[in-house]
Design a protein around this ligand. Sequence first.
Ligand code: IPM
Ligand code: MN
Length: 358
Amino acid sequence: MGTKERNEEMHRIAVIAGDGTGPEVIKEGLKVLSAISKKAGFKYETVDYDLGGARYLKTKELVPESVLKELAKVDAIYLGAIGHPDVKPGILEQGILLKLRFALDQYINLRPVKLYNANFCPLKDKKESDIDFVVVRENSEGLYKGLGEFQNKDTKDEVAIQISHNTRKGVERCIRYAFEYTKKRNRNKKLTLCGKTNVLTFAWDLWQRTFNDVAKEYKDITTDYAHVDATTMWFVKNPEWFDVIVTDNMFGDIITDLGAMIQGGMGIAAGGNINPEGVSMFEPIGGSAPKYTGKNVINPLAAICAMGMMLENLGEEKAAKSVEDAVIKVVKTKLKSLAAGKMGYSTTEVGDLVIKNL
Ligand code: IPM
Ligand code: MN
């Protein structure tokens, strides 16, 4: 999907290992990338970028303009984690992660929710085939736009206003992507709009109208609607009902943490910040996990899965499939748990196991 011209000769990948356990899991992802590139016969080069809390504390820099210019020219970005216990919440998230998503117009956040081993599912009586859906999260607008204001700040009459900003263009490009994705995925050919039409009557009226309009062009796709609160209920009760879900930035953020839990936890959950016409960025969706940093206990599979998604985006579909298949084998036959420190193997050993199973 996408119209960006691919560099067939050499994939140029920017690596932002970032904070906390980011570097440890990225190292495993790169180890697997190196192994699969030899097997599949493609070439790539990586360029490291030192962005994150440590750099910020030293230099007060977040993403320098020169770095942004370079990142706009690579074929893909591979990101570990951003977040540092000594930096006030919000600064790194907004200044680095959201900055990159917005500046590179990565307007889709693609988050597959797939259960690889039913033993690791916290839900009772769910088979692997019951949990296999994808959330298409709008990634450039909504509440994340940061619009709003304080009125009468620090008085007893203070008001804080936080605006959800939804444009027809922004909503439509996301919904179109979701329909195309549902068609290409070709599983149940069902797309569910997850919203809140019963209360948020401006934003979700626009979403619903746009969804209905675009749906007319996709007669073979079954459409459905679920309120966001009900969606969280169905994730627990009947996750097998979902194939592809499209939703806004905030709801997508919330429901994909729940999605990660039902697929086995943050240790396995990966996502892609996609600009179908530009540069996309792939990341494990769990954070920097400071308490596990440097202990060789964090699960690298989410980062390895994110690398697999990156390969697919780079046009290396077969290699991406082998990475996923190897991860499935390791999850099904080796690991005791997907949680940090409980896998029965260290971070580096899990990376080695994936390579052995390629
Ligand atoms: C995520 C994260 C980010 C988000 C934070 C760190 C800004 O929770 O990628 O889901 O809210 O999008
Ligand atoms: Mn989140």
